[in-house]
Design a protein around this ligand. Structure first.
Ligand SMILES: Nc1ncnc2c1ncn2[C@@H]1O[C@H](COP(=O)(O)OP(=O)(O)O)[C@@H](O)[C@H]1O
Ligand SMILES: *[C@@H]1O[C@H](CO)[C@@H](O)[C@H](O)[C@H]1NC(C)=O
Ligand SMILES: *[C@@H]1O[C@H](CO)[C@@H](O)[C@H](O)[C@H]1NC(C)=O
Ligand SMILES: *[C@@H]1O[C@H](CO)[C@@H](O)[C@H](O)[C@H]1NC(C)=O
Ligand SMILES: [Mg+2]
Length: 491
């Protein structure tokens, strides 16, 4: 255990050192090293290297071609309405964004950060890495926290490319296209549940940018989040797990009719998401696709998953109707809903939750209907309507003391609690809290502190005892009356 911890720490240190050295070394230095490398190659291999180079250039062009359609501004874009009248302007708009990403020249938005904002930054730790990218937690000179995304030099994508083409600099550029695609998608697909693009830097962080042109190192500057921890989420209250699912459905609703058309997330996994202040945000967009699947018959429109296959209708236009949307819904069901939604759902809402599980797991509902079902649950949950069957008289078992808190608490643990030390749960009202206290054999009193969860529900602390009451204008204490202590006025 100790050894593996030490190994993990060492690994983290090594990766961080590599990263820092990458940040420092300039593009020119890399160019020099590669020239040296190719000079040392025996002359007989020149021909082979030349054909590898040709193949790599072909791949680079292909990647570029994939991005260009994403650069065409959508109908709602004012610039585009303008450019429609003048085709010459349209190419200006597009190439501006492209030049900005490849050369770091002009800025699309006044608030976008560039290389200069990375001067004197402090790298704090590695936030995560995948096949393609490495993400580092950084504090900028002004103290602002951001996440930087770079090509992952140790990633599978780089490794495979270098093995195939023996050209690290060319491969950096090839893999860098995924980052470029991501920048374009982050600009086109802005939504509360998509990570915010703060800016980017081409070339030397801290430099002027523009050096190295097409081959320049690309650093994407993003809003900082926390990688989604499924294990941790599984142990958290239903309200938090429901939030993640609701955010996901809101995102999928947006993607189904985005400025780029209906977008499918081809690599749909919890690790492609982070949370920012409890809100779910998509961060890995390089595998997003707005392509439609052409078909002649319904049989051409199959969605295959390990547990289940679906066949969708082939429309009269000759495309699979709703394929991208349905693919997203089923992935949401299998990676998120099955783990997060049913478990410990409030009793008054289980029939609605079960309905969502069934309609998404069988692809019976589209994303509009799914979003409606989620928003309906949220409404009921917020308004406490699902608690209608709790008797109002239940609160009469308690003596309320307004403007009071407690000290010398005797805590007990419950699950899933908002606090590690005691039993803290969200409630709609004192009545629901009384109902919960009655169902815990250890509970003798509870406090409503005025603190609220994201839905606006109150946080209630339950306990088995306390030594004294203390004045606290923001809270109220409810103490369970012992049997036989009722006075005539209570009845
Ligand atoms: N803005 C961010 N804040 C915090 N962590 C992030 C952020 N963006 C990505 N990560 C973490 O970094 C990992 C790798 O990023 P990702 O874009 O998914 O790279 P890849 O394309 O290689 O999978 C993610 O799985 C996630 O845990
Ligand atoms: C899904 O379809 C594939 C290809 O037709 C088939 O091999 C697989 O067994 C099917 N899976 C299920 C769960 O039906
Ligand atoms: C949906 O409900 C039907 C009928 O009750 C059941 O047969 C099916 O297994 C359910 N599917 C899922 C994914 O829960
Ligand atoms: C889904 O809702 C959007 C508006 O939010 C609407 O434009 C679209 O037509 C709806 N789709 C379907 C299939 O009802
Ligand atoms: Mg990823």
């Amino acid at each position: 255990m100790g050894n593996s911890l030490r190994a993990a720490a060492l690994l983290a240190f090594v990766v961080l050192s590599i990263l820092v050295s990458l940040l420092i070394s300039s593009v020119q230095q890399f160019g020099a090293r590669i020239t040296h490398f190719s000079n040392a190659t025996p002359a007989g291999d020149d021909e082979q290297l030349e054909s590898l180079r040709g193949a790599l250039i072909q791949q680079l062009n292909q990647r570029r071609k994939e991005i260009l359609p994403l650069l065409v501004p959508d109908d709602e874009d004012e610039n585009y309405a303008f450019s429609k009248r003048d085709p010459a302007l349209e190419s200006t708009v597009d190439s501006n964004l492209w030049n900005q990403i490849t050369h770091g020249t002009s800025r699309a938005h006044m608030d976008a950060m560039g290389c200069e904002s990375l001067v004197d930054m402090k790298a704090v730790e590695i936030l995560g890495s995948g096949y393609t990218k490495l993400v580092v937690k950084v504090n900028l000179a002004g103290g602002q926290p951001v996440a930087l995304k770079l090509v992952n030099e140790q990633g599978i994508d780089m490794g495979k490319c270098v093995e195939d083409f023996k050209d690290p600099q060319g491969c950096r550029e090839l893999v860098g296209y995924k980052l470029k695609k991501e920048i374009v998608l982050l600009q086109r697909l802005q939504h509360p549940n998509v990570i915010k693009l703060r800016g980017h830097c081409v070339g030397d962080p801290g430099g002027q940018g523009g050096r190295g042109a097409e081959g320049g190192r690309l650093t994407v500057i993003l809003e900082q989040g926390n990688p989604l921890q499924m294990i941790q989420l599984l142990q958290s209250p239903w309200e938090e797990r429901f939030r993640v699912c609701l955010d996901l459905v809101r995102l999928l609703h947006f993607l189904s009719q985005s400025p780029l058309g209906s977008v499918a997330l081809l690599d749909f996994q919890p690790r492609q998401f982070v949370t920012v202040s409890g809100e779910l945000k998509l961060t890995d967009l390089d595998d997003a696709s707005a392509e439609e699947t052409a078909c002649q018959t319904d049989a051409d429109c199959t969605l295959q998953f390990p547990q289940k296959n679906f066949t969708l209708p082939c429309s009269s236009r000759g495309v699979c109707e709703g394929l991208n949307e349905k693919r997203n819904i089923y992935n949401a069901y299998r990676y998120f809903f099955t783990y997060l939604l049913p478990h410990q759902a409030p009793p008054g809402l289980t029939h609605l939750v079960n309905h969502i599980m069934n309609s998404t797991g069988e692809l019976k509902a589209d994303i509009n209907q799914t979003l409606e079902a989620f928003e309906h649950i949220l409404l009921l949950y917020k308004s406490g309507l699902h608690l209608d069957n709790l008797p109002p008289s239940i609160i009469r078992d308690y003596t309320v003391m307004q403007g009071m808190g407690t000290s010398g608490n005797v805590e007990y643990r419950c699950w899933p609690s908002y606090s590690q030390q005691g039993c803290v749960l969200s409630v709609h009202s004192a009545r629901e809290a009384a109902h919960i206290c009655n169902s815990h054999s250890q509970c003798t009193s509870f406090t409503l502190s005025g603190q609220r969860t994201w839905t606006g529900r109150l946080l209630a602390s339950f306990r088995s005892g306390f030594s004294q009451l203390v004045p606290d204008s923001t809270s109220e204490v409810y103490v369970k009356k012992t049997k036989g202590s009722e006075t005539p006025s209570d009845i």
